[in-house]
Design a protein around this ligand. Structure first.
Ligand SMILES: [Zn+2]
Length: 280
């Protein structure tokens, strides 16, 4: 046997940590980053400023005071009014499987919590749940959290992360666009601030409804934000679109987004805005 031939003993060392336990490869610039450093940096690449998508729980940890989060409408879940089925099988099976995998009941988790002592009502979308799609349960949870804000005179914050409406629920999912906007109009009537935070991606029916009717629009750096996909638009208007089209940075330049805030500064910025709006 040659010197460099792997024997069974050298090939498998059960005690040595796996490469992926120590290093993370940035999905954008491909730089290798220590996992510990990546976590400490809130899953942001310090080389290229790529912001990794976060789960709803991670958002709570980053933004809200420790232990202050109380979930609202925890029982509201998906619905299957069309008894929908596609080539991959019934929607009901897929949704049930997603619930089990993510531990979530819908693509959004809502709750009340505190940002440096200021009470807020909050809705946090999670892309892991069927692409963060907007469905009847999502709309209902967003509405109930808005009504909670009105009842308790609290500011409302929605963190969007969505591919758009959930086609499996057909017209019912589209109806969530006016429904959520009607709920937000009640906040406006009550003179309560609504802050929309757009993360990667905020597209389709979500960008065409509640994400774009905030009093203040904040985006995470480099997020994809838009309605229809780039290819669809290019084919429709027969024009080449700019490279940075539908990025947070492009939308700041064109007035759809007020500011881009790095994840590590988000809590402080929300606190400043809420204080300025007279919340306490
Ligand atoms: Zn990077």
């Amino acid at each position: 046997m040659g010197w460099f031939t792997k024997t069974k003993e050298t090939a498998a060392k059960p005690d040595s940590p796996k490469k992926e336990d120590i290093w993370i490869q940035c999905p954008s610039c491909k730089a290798h980053i220590y996992k510990e450093e990546w976590e400490k940096n809130l899953k942001v690449c310090d080389r290229c400023n790529f912001h990794e998508r976060l789960t709803w729980k991670e958002r709570v940890d980053v933004l809200l005071d420790a232990g202050s989060f109380v979930e609202l409408s925890p029982k509201v879940t998906w619905n299957d009014p069309l008894k929908f089925s596609d080539a991959k099988g019934p929607y009901a099976d897929k949704a049930a499987e997603t619930c089990e995998k993510t531990g979530m009941k819908e693509s959004v988790v809502t709750g009340a919590g505190k940002i440096k002592g200021i009470r807020v009502s909050m809705a946090i979308m999670d892309f892991r749940f069927l692409g963060g799609s907007l469905a009847s349960g999502t709309g209902e949870k967003i509405l109930q959290a808005a009504m909670y804000a009105v009842r308790h005179k609290l500011p409302y914050i929605i963190i969007s992360a969505s591919g758009g409406a959930r086609m499996h629920e057909g017209i019912v999912s589209l109806m969530q666009m006016p429904k959520t906007c009607a709920a937000l109009a009640q906040l406006r009537e009550a003179n309560l601030p609504y802050i929309s935070i757009m993360t990667d991606p905020t597209t389709g029916g979500v960008s065409a409804s509640f994400a774009m009717v905030g009093d203040i629009h904040i985006a995470e750096p480099r997020s994809l934000i838009g309605f229809a996909g780039r290819r669809v638009i290019e084919e429709t208007i027969k024009q080449k679109l700019p490279d940075d089209f539908q990025t947070a940075e492009y939308l700041v330049d064109h007035g759809f987004v007020d500011m881009i805030v790095h994840r590590k500064d988000m809590k402080e910025m929300l606190f400043k805005i809420l204080k300025y709006a007279g919340c306490r």
